[in-house]
Design a protein around this ligand. Structure first.
Ligand code: F6R
Length: 616
């Protein structure tokens, strides 16, 4: 998804902006550009605005800048993920008005751009690009009467959609203006310099003090201060928040890719996410004060979970866990369906909204709809200060640390940890599980980080298997109950980064259609951790074997049940059957990673994908 950066200070802005854009590469992009305000750039005397942009990787932009040097101590930059118009130099941001004196970068979509374009064309504007964003530059120009702030305000009254926008103007070199609505934007408060970015990662090198901008707020950045206003131009007081992340946590730390690093961080991430919530009084118990867990939860008659992609898969596991441990009905739905299907609400519902980034457009829309129903909204998110975290009633953070690779790994397992904690606590309150059962499960959860560590130590077995299978163009993942939920996530990982056609099936569904696709070219990964259903899985494995498939079974380390049926068995350390997803997904993450690398792909930045999907 597009990334925005901006800088105003005493340093040369170009290297700062390029460096910041590099930190946003993980969001996915297909072109990049910067606009710099500096004395004497090209035009000679006075301040002038210079734009450089290039299709493709950031290094293309860097090459251009190396030969066409621009100087200046303020500017804005952008990585573009094409939505309107193909990836090209001309469609890249920043976009400028006709005279080239005003530049804008944008993350989001201007929904009424066609109407505005028509209006601007009639007023004599010739458009250079196919983007929705260019209308914003011309609109600001249209309203500009010597005050950029007022022109931006007038523009905001006309545009509809989602946006984080940053503006610079040649006539007002002393300031950058930034606004947001339904798209992320953070402001870094430095010493003698201020910055903006789509998330905190690029800011950390410069400052740890950040301002989070709310929807509809306008920030005006000067070298020595930042002023905030509402849409009516009334000043707003804002306090900085301190970011506690370590910069090194957002770097690769010796691993070839962020994804491999993040897979290996899972033991720590699981431990961090759990530790904060286990309290010892007379016995160990789960403390969920942060989400207002108390006896009033007993009034709830249903839990509704909504999310997208991997986070939705965490929700599917959540459904099985809540039904198993708390015996409460659970609806789980992808947010893009939920928001449009006219769902039925009950103010007694508990909504759980899951999102790593806390900025996913569909997920935020689902959360806002649910909020109107008067139900209790619990957000599970990884990003402190994200829109979801700020707008939900209550937040449970996954303490996974920054997740940079586009394919989610440690965010998923920590989301699972959160939903299990809720399910167990809820089950105890509803007297479905007694003290002993709760204690047994807490102990098992506490054991998981060490087991994940042990599992990761066998990663070469998966690497060897991938070396034999990575060329396969068809892979099916199958399982039952919790293993089905993990199959969904496993198939998604392989699609995303290895570009292998992979599907997930509830194993019992195979014979209702999909088995017609199974032949000698098919890899079937059977996830088998639900002991009560081993016989059923065994039959399914035999069915696909009989049609020529190669079968990898993922099962418990001390389990011999599938040794003769499978072509290969990958063994995971034993935990309680219902808690298996936090371990059983790891082999699939590794398999997808190795296949991706062996196919020559970049697992951290898969084609066509963005880390944070802030548009519909
Ligand atoms: C898959 C993946 C995506 C995200 C989805 C939701 O590896 O990363 O499917 O899970 O876009 O993102 P968040 O969790 O940020 O709302």
């Amino acid at each position: 998804m597009c990334g925005i950066v901006g800088y105003i200070g005493e340093e040369e802005a170009t290297p700062v902006l390029v460096n910041a854009l590099k930190k946003l590469e993980y969001r996915g992009y297909d072109s990049a550009g910067i606009a710099i305000l500096g004395p004497g750039n090209e035009a000679g005397a006075g301040h002038s605005l210079v734009v450089r942009k290039a299709k493709g990787a950031l290094k293309n932009l860097e090459q251009r800048i190396a030969t066409e040097i621009i100087r200046g101590t303020s500017g804005i930059g952008h990585t573009r993920w094409a939505t309107h118009g193909e990836p090209s130099d001309v469609n890249s941001h920043p976009h400028t008005n006709v005279s080239g004196k005003i530049a804008v970068v944008h993350n989001g979509i201007i929904e009424n751009h066609a109407k505005l374009k028509e209006m601007l064309r009639e007023s004599g504007v010739t458009f250079k690009s196919q983007t929705d964003t260019e209308v914003v530059a011309h609109l600001v120009d249209y309203f500009y009467k010597g005050d950029l702030f007022e022109a931006v305000r007038a523009t905001l009254d006309r545009i509809e959609g989602a946006y984080a926008l940053a503006f610079v103007c040649e006539n007002e070199p002393e300031r950058i203006i930034a606004v947001r609505k339904d798209a992320p934007l953070v402001i870094g408060a430095g010493k003698g310099e201020n910055l903006i970015a789509s998330d905190v990662t690029p800011l950390l090198e410069y400052t740890r003090d950040v301002y989070y901008l709310n929807d509809g707020e306008i920030a005006v950045l000067y070298r020595d201060r930042v002023e905030f206003f509402d849409r009516e131009a009334r000043p707003i007081e804002k306090k900085t928040s301190r970011v506690e992340w370590d910069v090194s946590a957002a770097e690769k730390g010796g691993y070839e890719h962020f994804m491999l690093k993040e897979i290996h961080e899972q033991p720590k991430a699981l431990a961090d996410t759990l530790r904060a919530r286990i309290k010892t009084y007379a016995t160990k118990t789960i403390n969920l004060e942060e989400i207002g867990f108390d006896a009033s939860w007993a009034q709830a008659s249903r839990v509704v979970i909504s999310a997208c992609g991997t986070a939705w898969h965490a929700g599917v596991v959540g459904k099985y866990a809540l039904e198993r441990f708390a015996r409460i009905p659970v609806d789980v739905d992808v947010a893009s369906e939920f928001r449009y299907r006219d769902p039925i609400y009950d103010p007694k519902d508990i909504f759980i909204i899951i999102s790593q980034s806390g900025e996913t457009a569909d997920t935020l829309a689902a959360m806002r709809m649910a909020k109107k129903s008067g139900a209790r909204i619990i957000a599970i998110t990884n990003v402190v200060g994200s829109t979801l975290a700020r707008e939900a009633d209550l937040v449970m953070y996954t303490w996974a640390g920054p997740e940079i690779a586009v394919a989610s790994t440690k965010a998923f397992t920590t989301q699972l940890m959160c939903v299990y904690l809720i399910a167990l606590k809820f089950g105890h309150l509803r007297k479905v599980i007694d003290d002993a059962e709760l204690a047994k499960n807490i102990e098992a959860l506490e054991g998981l980080p060490a087991l994940a560590e042990r599992l990761l130590a066998q990663k070469e077995d998966i690497q060897r298997f991938a070396a034999r299978q990575f060329h396969k163009t068809k892979a099916f993942f199958m399982g039952r109950l919790f293993d089905y939920a993990v199959s969904l996530e496993s198939a998604l990982k392989l699609k995303e980064i290895a570009y292998t056609h992979s599907e997930a099936f509830a194993a019992g569904e195979l014979k209702h259609g999909p088995i017609a696709l199974v032949d000698e070219s098919t890899l079937v990964v059977a996830i088998c951790t639900q002991t009560a259903l081993f016989d059923k899985m065994d039959s399914n494995i035999k069915e696909v074997k009989a049609r020529g498939a190669t079968v990898l079974v993922i099962t418990w380390e001390d389990e011999k049940y599938f040794d003769s049926a499978a072509d290969e068995v990958f063994r995971i350390p034993r935990t309680l059957d219902p808690l298996s997803p936090m371990l059983s997904v790891i082999p699939s993450q590794l398999y997808a990673y190795y296949c991706s690398v062996m196919r020559g792909n970049d697992p951290d930045k898969p084609r066509n994908l963005a880390k944070s999907v802030t548009v519909e």
